[in-house]
Write a protein that binds this ligand. Structure first.
Ligand code: FE2
Length: 157
């Protein structure tokens, strides 16, 4: 296990650890918010994966971090407003975007190979869930657009 960790590298590890903790919070929140049972069960598993990822970084940083709520709130708002068909691919995009950073760190931290593979799998899972037929959630965007259209009609008078 790598022990000679520079300050700069430590910052990187801490920020990755924070990102994983935020991921735990995000998936646990989504599991509560989504109406589809399959999606909710899946998100609980993804949250557990993110927890394991955070533990990989904690081994090196020696710090216990608390999750921040911002990303979880943004993800549940995206779900409520856009519906899963639009929101899940956006979340998948964030999973995929973590891959490159982890790939670069793999030379020093070989455990990140499996973490990186998990993020890819998470992205693929989200995309698959977005496409599955059980779309029993109600997106708010048609109502929001409808309300705006009505308000504009009234304004014209
Ligand atoms: Fe992760």
């Amino acid at each position: 296990m790598k022990t000679n960790i520079s300050q700069e590298e430590r910052e990187k590890l801490l920020s990755a650890q924070q990102g994983e903790m935020d991921g735990v919070e995000t998936y646990l929140t989504l599991a509560k918010v989504v109406q589809n049972k399959t999606d909710a069960e899946t998100f609980k598993k993804l949250a557990a994966d993110e927890g394991r990822h955070a533990a990989v970084f904690r081994k090196y940083t020696g710090e216990t971090l608390k999750p921040r709520r911002g990303q979880a709130i943004a993800a549940s708002l995206a779900y409520r407003i856009l519906g899963k068909k639009l929101a899940y691919p956006i979340i998948a995009h964030f999973e995929y975007s973590a891959i490159e950073g982890y790939r670069k760190m793999m030379k020093d931290y070989p455990e990140l190979e499996s973490v990186k593979q998990d993020e890819k799998r998470h992205g693929d899972t989200l995309k698959a869930l977005a496409k599955n037929g059980e779309d029993n959630d109600v997106a708010l965007w048609p109502f929001i657009l409808g309300a705006i259209a009505v308000l504009r009609l009234f304004r014209r008078r």
